[in-house]
Design a protein around this ligand. Sequence first.
Ligand SMILES: C[S@@+](CC[C@H](N)C(=O)[O-])C[C@H]1O[C@@H](n2cnc3c(N)ncnc32)[C@H](O)[C@@H]1O
Length: 195
Amino acid sequence: MTEGFPLRGKWNSDFFCNHQPIVTELGCGKGEYTIGLAETMPVKNYIGIDIKGARMWRGLKTAHEAGFRHVAFIRSHIELIEYFFGPCEIDEIWITFPDPQPKASKARKRLTSPLFLERYRHVLKEEHIIHLKTDDKGLFEYTMEVIATGNHQLLYHTTDLYQAGLKDAAAEIQTYYEKIWLEQGKPISYLRFRL
Ligand SMILES: C[S@@+](CC[C@H](N)C(=O)[O-])C[C@H]1O[C@@H](n2cnc3c(N)ncnc32)[C@H](O)[C@@H]1O
């Protein structure tokens, strides 16, 4: 099932032409994390993934204009992540304001469902980190439950990021949707964990 995508397992050797760790932003929209992290931490490579090309175009244009050689975008379904990346190819995943899929019948579509976590496991290095930022309390609580029942390692969590005093990328970069929720006075939840 994993044959066909020519860069699978070869992103560093054939595309980035370096040995830097690879970070991917899932459901990247306009790619604020992909670009923001690429600007502040050029010692890593960044790949944004989204199905909506019109949104992603914004990030792509910025990366192109800045001459970033350590940034890429993939327009596709995240469900196919194992087609794009080989085993142990990814160091870090950012899941930024994913659609919460509140209906129980759509739980499998949540990007932090056990089904998706299994897909991520196949491409992540052992010492990886998965970050989730969301305005949705239901999705946050659901993810906490998935982490606990799956015996995953919760590294940090807060239900009010901007009151938590965190001074890293989680608080320093804001996405398009995040700005909308902040203007509406919604607190932002953030957690990071390891499988
Ligand atoms: C609410 S938007 C958030 C966009 C951006 N991260 C932000 O915070 O502004 C969710 C994004 O996830 C993308 N998305 C949702 N499910 C996806 C999937 N299964 N595969 C690829 N993209 C997906 C949508 O196209 C959309 O751009």
